[in-house]
Design a protein around this ligand. Sequence first.
Ligand code: ZN
Length: 144
Amino acid sequence: MKKLILIFFLPLITLGQINDFDMSYNKKLTKQEKEVIINKGTEHPFSGEYNDFYEEGTYNCKACDQELYKSNFKFKSNCGWPSFDDEIEGATIKTEDNSFGMRRIEICCSNCNGHLGHLFYGENYTTTNTRHCVNSISLNFKPK
Ligand SMILES: [Zn+2]
């Protein structure tokens, strides 16, 4: 696992784009946060602090503070995790994830590559027909 983490962080450090969180990134996250953000885990459904939360503001990346979602993108999906039907332009990186025998699209923060959750299309929840299913623990809410 240590090797994996090194492979993950070395490009970020050598790129030099990331300033104060590069080395402290790993240190400042709690064990539970690392489990989701670095090890791509999933918090239990209906357990996250933003699952049933509808204040006005912005949701930032827990690890690097990049702005990811506006509160008006959030909608009630009753899936057990915060759901957003759009993102702040360029905020996430999408990659195919075939783990657990499922074909899903993984979403990560475009600045630090921290794991956020998964992206689903075609569920007809809202007009964008898109659901960013995000772990609360990957987010930090900033009130307006
Ligand atoms: Zn980030």
